[in-house]
Design a protein around this ligand. Structure first.
Ligand code: MLT
Length: 334
């Protein structure tokens, strides 16, 4: 029911095209799910600077942080209908609208920043861009790289899967992630990103997973104590533009959007490398405790890969397709 009806998309596109052909300078609105100081914010800052420069100062942007324009999943709907220009959100919140991007949230598929760069900026990434335009009416024009999603909680150090028992863990409304926690032996609690801080604060849930930089940008350290340094998902966060808005722009503005998005993407990879260790150290200095998963995370990985991957072969284009992706990353096939 989340998929956008092509008729309403076409009508909106037409309406926006008519409106924007009369427009001169534009301030484009960018919804941002996370708070200041995170990878989403940094991507948006760089994109905005580059876009403004590449349109000779004619067009600019305004970012709305912390989900002010709605929860991340809601911004996809708004952008697809042309009611919002841009959004920066986690890829796991795009998957419900364009299932093939789920390849980026398969547990243990992306095992490094290099894997993330290869998958997003190579051939696979271009297919995901095309599929997302087709399925959801939004175009991915840039990518933020945010690092591995680590597990945080307020109750106890978690080292093994047995330690998860009794913990209420929030996950996004994303089937692959829900199934991953089920494979690990608990039933997670799906909750919108915009409600997560309050959910943790009030104890509706005890924990969640997100990268170190996101934990810091969202001030989760105020309500979480323990971190488990798992590496099951490398968080990738696209900058999307409403396809209706994009198509209503003249060629030079479209080119400026694409070029600014590429420049911001390259900046994001460098920024992650510069910032991640520093922010991790700040979190521990502030009182968070980091636990390494037992046995090099073997049990976590085996359960997730063996139980979750087969369920999604079909949705992600088949086993052969996944094998070609694994080969492109220099890994063993399945
Ligand atoms: C989520 O957990 O819903 C998102 O990955 C959070 C984010 O956008 O940073």
């Amino acid at each position: 029911q989340r998929f956008i009806k092509s008729m309403s998309f076409a009508l909106c596109a037409g309406a926006i095209a008519a409106a924007s052909s009369m427009a001169q300078a534009n301030t484009f609105r960018i919804a941002v799910g996370d708070g200041a100081g995170g990878t989403q914010h940094e991507l948006g800052l760089k994109f905005s600077e580059e876009f403004n420069a590449r349109t000779d100062g004619k067009h600019d942007t305004k970012m709305f942080l912390n989900g002010q324009l709605g929860d991340e999943q809601a911004t996809i709907n708004d952008a697809s209908m042309g009611l919002l220009d841009f959004s920066i959100l986690a890829i796991n919140n795009v998957t419900p609208f364009s299932p093939s991007v789920g390849v980026l949230t398969l547990p243990y598929m992306v095992q490094s920043l290099d894997d993330a760069v290869e998958l997003t900026q190579g051939e696979v990434g271009q297919q995901l861009v095309d599929n997302t335009i087709r399925d959801a009416g939004v175009r991915i024009v840039g990518w933020a790289y945010s690092g591995f999603r680590v597990l945080t909680n307020s109750k106890k150090p978690v080292q093994s899967l047995a330690d998860l028992e009794g913990l209420k863990v929030r996950v996004p409304s994303n089937e692959i992630m829900i199934d991953t926690y089920r494979a690990w032996g608990i039933n997670p609690t799906p909750m919108a990103w915009s409600e997560t801080f309050t959910g943790l604060q009030l104890g509706v849930v005890d924990g969640q997973d997100n990268p170190y930089i996101t934990v810091s940008a969202m001030k989760f350290d105020e309500v979480q104590k323990y971190i488990t340094n798992i590496r099951y998902l490398f968080s990738i966060e696209p900058l999307i533009v409403s396809e209706a808005v994009f198509q209503s722009q003249p060629d030079d503005v479209q080119k400026a959007i694409l070029d600014a998005g590429q420049a911001a993407t390259e900046h994001s990879a460098e920024w992650l490398v510069e910032q991640e260790d520093k922010i991790k150290a700040e979190l521990t200095a502030g009182g968070m405790e980091i636990t390494e998963p037992a046995n090099g995370e073997k049990e976590w990985m085996e359960k997730a890969v063996n139980q979750v991957w087969p369920k999604y072969y079909e949705q992600l284009g088949g086993k052969d397709k996944l094998n070609s992706i694994l080969q492109s990353l220099g890994r063993d096939t399945i």
